[in-house]
Design a binder for this molecule. Structure first.
Ligand code: ADP
Ligand code: MG
Length: 702
């Protein structure tokens, strides 16, 4: 098959400033000038020429129509195509690819249009499958079927790079295709244990495989793959960025730079440096018609990221991919392999002592056949059915089955989803908070020990200046560290508070939804109980933390005083009084908090008593209902019995009547027989007369 060189294209989308950015005084620094996009970076204008420029308020549908629809047509002609959303975190990649209800993203639009096109080609039969992969910190996850089996990146001589072990599901119509995409996208969010990392570091690749063939024709078919990648934030890294994150994004940036360079000089492109670059290899230097969708924020504070994104978007246009029409040769390959195997089998069977090389060749061929069969439609259909079953189990193991699969049925999904995500974020922060508290606790203890040791040392009278100095310094360092950690924990606490506020708002929304669950008392009760238990737990931790904080402050005060005494400071009566007052205040605060805790405990007891009562009431009601049902049942049963008796009675009468009829008929029969006897006699006599007359019947006498 001849191939043609097609350059990678790139277009840029710059979203409007977000409300949050405007309120923080961000300025818009991105504009269009002629056929270029211009970025004003601190007074210096940088301009970039690309294949399409969309700045400010442009709907996703415009970008789809002007750029992606033609790619879909190429895919339907049998060419692989790829779309790559590229840009910094928060620039709007996911918005462009996935979109929302008001502004559908590129992927859902492409799913719709694919089936519109398929339905217009009634002379052809299609086989469509999808897979959805996420790569986070070098780990791959199967979004349609989140199993824990090993997945490996492999290369097939004709089909290129693929992921062995990734579930491929068959789609029969547009709804199924969109459903798989939606569900995978939901699993993407829900399965994440680290929300922040997920938002910035997760790459996702949605693949649509198309195979088609003319109906009732022996002509070979064609096939193609549409690859839709939503990359993690490719930011210019801060010094404190996570090493893993740096490695993966850096690998992508390195590959793009190396590709642009190799155009000039030729040379190595480090695709194998990370999983994500290896997965993108087919798009960036293989058999794919590729378009990069560079996405940038217009805010001045993001100018570094914007420049970097646009530079890479421009660089990538130097890449020319060798693209060819994909003929579906799976069946031909299978047939050829089968032929070869059968010939070799005969050869081995015919010889007394088969050659070792023939045996190894045979093993190889069998293995090739197994691989080839994996790509056959029948095999993939079979596997798809199995995956469809497995995915329910695997989603439920992750605890997200209902969220991923059942949600289109419930109206309150969006709010519930937001709540769940917030809760996840909060859980994560709470863990960080606890870790920090432990660190602070340990530091405090160490400080306390150091101070005690120091007091003993000074009391012992063996003062040496250098020793004193080093001890005092050690204590000082510890105190600084403690201060630093305390600052950090304060920031976490602030973040937690912001989250709590958000949760509060969302919960109010959810409450409105809960009352909409009217009519399903059971469900409502369950939701309410859960809500109450969660609130209780939250209140309790808040108060525990408060108590802890006060305790810590008291300890720290104590340590300070000890330290100063150890350093030889004496307290004036005035200072002593002040300290006593401070201490008393803290103690008072502590007792207030303890009191609050008591009150909460009491309230909890009260609430759970109330709950028990509600349960009891509910239980009683249920029992009553059951009793009523039982009674109704009995009534029916009685009615049934009565009717049964009546029917039996009626049958008995009918039977008796029938018997009487039978007796009557039999008697009548007898009578008829008797009545016939003289006639029989007469008949016999007549026969005799006829015989005597020689068989002649005498003429009738008048
Ligand atoms: P990324 O995936 O690049 O990290 P997102 O797609 O999540 O970024 O977008 C970040 C924020 O910007 C989201 O709140 C999103 O709703 C908003 N946003 C992105 N693009 C647009 C747009 N074109 N119009 C309006 N809001 C947008
Ligand atoms: Mg995103």
């Amino acid at each position: 098959m001849p191939s043609e060189n097609i350059a990678v294209k790139s277009i840029v989308r710059c979203r409007p400033l977000l409300a949050d950015e405007t309120s923080h005084g961000c300025k818009n620094i991105v504009k269009i000038a002629g056929n270029k996009v211009v970025v004003d970076a601190n007074g210096k204008e940088n301009s970039y020429g690309l294949d399409g420029i969309y700045v400010s308020d442009v709907n996703n549908s415009v970008i789809y129509k002007e750029n992606c629809d033609s790619l879909l047509h190429r895919a339907l002609e049998g060419y692989n195509v790829g779309l790559l959303a590229f840009g910094a975190t928060n620039a709007g990649k996911t918005y462009l690819m996935v979109g929302n209800n008001q502004d559908e993203g590129i992927i859902p639009q492409l799913c719709n249009n694919l089936y519109t096109q398929i339905n217009q080609r009634s002379n052809k039969e299609f086989f469509i499958t999808v897979s959805y992969l996420e790569v986070l910190d070098g780990e791959m996850m199967d979004l349609l079927n989140p199993h824990t089996n090993e997945m490996k990146i492999r290369e097939h001589p004709n089909k290129g790079i693929y992921v062995d072990g990734l579930s491929e599901l068959v789609c029969h119509n547009q709804d199924e295709l969109k459903m798989y995409f939606d569900q995978g996208t939901r699993a993407r969010k829900m399965a994440a244990s680290d929300m922040k990392a997920h938002r910035t570091r997760a790459h996702s690749i949605f693949n649509i495989n198309i195979e088609q063939k003319e109906k009732q024709s022996s002509k070979v078919g064609i096939r193609s793959t549409i690859t839709l990648a939503d990359l993690a934030g490719c930011e210019v890294q801060d010094a404190d960025a996570d090493t893993l994150q740096r490695a993966e994004t850096q690998a992508i940036l390195n590959v793009i730079t190396a590709l642009a360079d190799s155009k000039k000089k030729g040379g190595h492109v480090p695709f194998r440096d990370s999983k994500i670059t290896r997965l993108l290899q087919e798009m960036l230097s293989g058999n794919t018609i590729t378009m990069m969708l560079a996405v940038v924020s217009p805010a001045d504070k993001c100018y570094k990221q914007t420049l970097s994104t646009l530079e890479h978007a421009q660089m990538i246009r130097n890449v020319k991919n060798k693209v060819k029409l994909n003929v579906d040769d799976t069946q031909t390959v299978i047939n050829e392999l089968r032929n070869e195997i059968s010939k070799l089998k005969d050869k081995i069977a015919a010889s007394n002592e088969p050659k070792q090389e023939d045996v190894s060749k045979m093993e190889e061929l069998v293995q090739d056949l197994q691989v080839a069969k994996k790509f056959s439609i029948s095999e993939r259909e079979k596997l798809s059915t199995k995956y469809a079953e497995d995915r329910k189990i695997n989603l439920s193991k992750k605890g997200i089955l209902e969220w991923v699969m059942g949600s289109d049925k419930q109206g309150s999904v969006e709010v519930q989803e937001k709540l769940l995500l917030l809760q996840k974020e909060k859980d994560q922060l709470t863990i960080q908070y606890k870790d920090k508290r432990k660190i602070i606790g340990d530091l405090k203890e160490e400080l306390q020990n150091k101070i005690t040791e120091y007091s003993k040392f000074t009391e012992s009278g063996q003062k040496s200046e250098s020793e004193t100095k080093s001890r005092v310094n050690a204590i000082k360092t510890l105190k600084d560290k403690l201060k630093e950690e305390t600052e950090k924990i304060k920031r976490i606490k602030d973040e937690l508070n912001v989250l709590l506020d958000k949760q509060q708002t969302e919960r109010q929304n959810a409450q409105a939804q809960i009352s909409a669950l009217k009519g399903n008392a059971n469900l409502r009760q369950k939701v309410e109980v859960e809500e109450r238990q969660r609130l209780e737990a939250e209140n309790k931790t808040l108060i525990d933390e408060e108590l802890d904080r006060i305790q810590m402050e008291i300890e720290s005060k104590k340590a300070d005083v000890q330290m100063q005494i150890a350093e030889g400071k004496t307290y004036t009566v005035e200072e002593g009084k002040k300290l006593e007052i401070e201490l008393a205040e803290l103690q008072a605060e502590k007792s207030v908090v303890t009191l609050k805790l008591h009150c909460l405990e009491k309230e909890k007891a009260h609430v759970s008593k109330e709950l028990d009562e509600i349960y009891q009431l509910h239980h009683d009601e249920l029992e009553l209902q059951q009793l009523q049902h039982y009674q109704t049942f009995r009534q029916y049963r009685q009615m049934f019995e009565e009717q049964k008796v009546a029917i039996e009675q009626r049958y008995r009468v009918l039977l008796e009547e029938a018997l009487q009829d039978a007796v009557y008929l039999s008697a009548r029969n007898q009578e008829i027989l008797q009545e016939q006897a003289p006639l029989k006699q007469q008949n016999a006599e007549m026969k005799d007369v006829i015989t005597k007359l020689g068989g002649k019947i005498p003429p009738l006498e008048n």
